[in-house]
Design a protein around this ligand. Structure first.
Ligand SMILES: [Zn+2]
Ligand SMILES: [Zn+2]
Length: 353
C-alpha cells in the first residue's frame, strides 16, 4: 500500500499527518536534499531545487505585483467536464456555436478547463500551494498557469469527489514528485479513496509498479466531514449532494467557501456557510439545473439565501457566454445589491486567510 494516514474525526488538530521521517518543508529559494520513499522501494536521496519561480508574482493582468505575503486564489479551471470549446461544436457543419467559436481565440474567457482552484496560502512558516482537485485537464491548466504565475510546488491536493474531472490528473502529478518535490499529500474522503483504489490502483499501491517506472508519489490522508488542517490552514468540508444520493465536498477556508459540484445543499451545511466573504459556486447552464449541477437560476437563489459578500460562479458549460452572462449578472448588483459574476480560467483573487 502507498502511504496512508487517517485524519481524526474530531475537529481539527494541528499535528502533521506526514511521518516525521518524510516531513518536508516548502521553504522557498533553496535546494533541499531529502530522504523519500521511492516507488515502493527503499528511500533514496534526491535533490529537489525548490522555489525557482516563486518571487515572480503578478496580479490577474500580469502587470501589478501581488505582495508575497498576500494569500490568493487562482482559478486553474472553471469549465464543465468535457472542456470548452467542445470538439463536437467545432466540427458541426450545420450549426455554429457562438461560445465555442469564441473559446478558440487565445485568451478568450470562454475557454474553460475542468474546475479547480489553487489556494496560494501564506503564513508565518512560508507559502503553500494547495490545489483543490486535479482533473482530466490538469496538465493543460498547469501548463498554462504555473509558469505564468510563478508557481512551482504543489504542497497538497484536496479532493472534492472522485469523478474524472476532479481526479483524472493525479497521474500527471508525477512531474512534480519526480522533478520538484519528493511527494504530494492528498486529502480525500474514504468513499473517494475507495474509488481511487480502482482508478489509480498503482498510485495507491506502488508495490505493483515495475522497478524503474516513474509514477506520482502521493501520500493519502483520509478526511471525514470535519475540519482538518493543511499546512496550518483550517479547511472545513462542506458536504453537498452532487446528484441523487451522491456526496461531494465543498471546502471552506477562512471566509472563502468553494462548492464546485452541487445539485442540493443539505440543511446542516448552511450553518457552515454563514458569514461567507467569497462564495465560489457551481452554475452549469443559464436556464435550468441538471440532475447533478446547479443551473444559474438555482445558484442565484442559493446566493440570496447564503448572502455572501461576493460570489464567483464556476463549472460553466458552453451555453454560458462569459460577457453576456456577466452583463446580466451586473444588473443584479444595481437591482438587488448582489455581487455575482462568472469566474474564468486564470482569474486571481487576493484573499485574507
Ligand atoms: Zn459549443
Ligand atoms: Zn462531478
Amino acid at each position: 500500500m502507498g502511504a496512508l494516514s487517517w485524519l481524526p474525526s474530531v475537529p481539527a488538530t494541528t499535528r502533521s499527518l506526514v511521518p516525521s521521517a518524510f516531513r518536508w518543508s516548502a521553504s522557498p529559494l533553496r535546494s533541499a536534499e531529502i530522504a523519500v520513499p521511492w516507488r515502493g522501494l527503499r528511500p533514496s536521496r534526491r535533490r529537489f531545487p525548490l522555489g525557482r519561480h516563486q518571487s515572480n508574482i503578478a496580479d490577474r493582468d500580469g502587470t501589478t505585483p501581488i505582495p508575497r505575503e498576500q494569500s490568493e486564489i487562482i482559478f486553474l479551471g472553471t469549465g464543465t467536464s468535457e472542456g470548452i470549446p467542445r470538439v463536437s461544436c467545432l466540427t458541426n457543419q450545420l450549426k455554429t456555436c457562438g461560445v465555442c467559436s469564441k473559446a478558440t481565440e487565445p485568451g478568450n474567457k470562454n475557454r474553460r478547463l475542468n474546475t479547480s482552484i489553487l489556494i496560494r496560502y501564506t503564513n508565518s512558516i512560508g507559502r503553500f500551494n494547495i490545489l483543490v482537485d486535479a482533473g482530466k485537464f490538469f496538465y493543460h491548466s498547469a501548463l498554462r498557469w504555473f509558469p505564468n504565475f510563478g508557481l512551482r510546488t504543489i504542497d497538497a491536493v484536496i479532493i472534492t469527489h472522485s469523478h474524472a474531472d476532479a481526479i483524472g490528473g493525479l497521474d500527471d502529478l508525477r512531474d512534480w514528485t519526480n522533478n520538484v518535490q519528493p511527494h504530494i499529500p492528498i486529502y480525500v474522503a474514504k468513499r473517494d479513496f475507495e474509488v481511487m483504489k480502482k482508478t489509480h490502483y498503482y498510485l495507491v499501491d506502488t508495490s505493483v509498479v515495475l522497478p524503474g517506472a516513474a509514477v506520482s508519489a502521493l501520500q493519502f490522508n483520509i478526511i471525514e466531514e470535519e475540519p482538518f488542517f493543511v499546512h496550518n490552514l483550517k479547511i472545513t468540508p462542506l458536504p453537498v449532494w452532487h446528484g441523487h444520493g451522491y456526496r461531494s465536498l465543498g471546502f471552506r477556508f477562512g471566509d472563502v467557501c468553494y462548492i464546485s459540484d452541487v445539485s442540493d445543499i443539505p440543511e446542516e451545511t448552511y450553518e457552515l456557510l454563514k458569514d461567507c466573504e467569497l462564495l465560489i459556486l457551481d452554475a452549469l447552464r443559464p436556464d435550468r439545473s441538471s440532475s447533478t449541477h446547479f443551473g444559474l437560476p438555482r445558484a442565484l437563489e442559493e446566493v440570496r439565501k447564503i448572502q455572501p459578500r461576493r460570489t464567483l460562479f464556476t463549472g460553466m458549460m458552453h451555453l454560458m457566454d462569459h460577457d453576456k452572462v456577466n452583463e446580466h449578472l451586473s444588473k443584479l448588483m444595481e437591482k438587488e445589491g448582489l455581487d455575482v459574476q462568472l469566474s474564468y480560467d486564470g482569474l486571481r483573487v487576493p484573499v485574507n486567510l
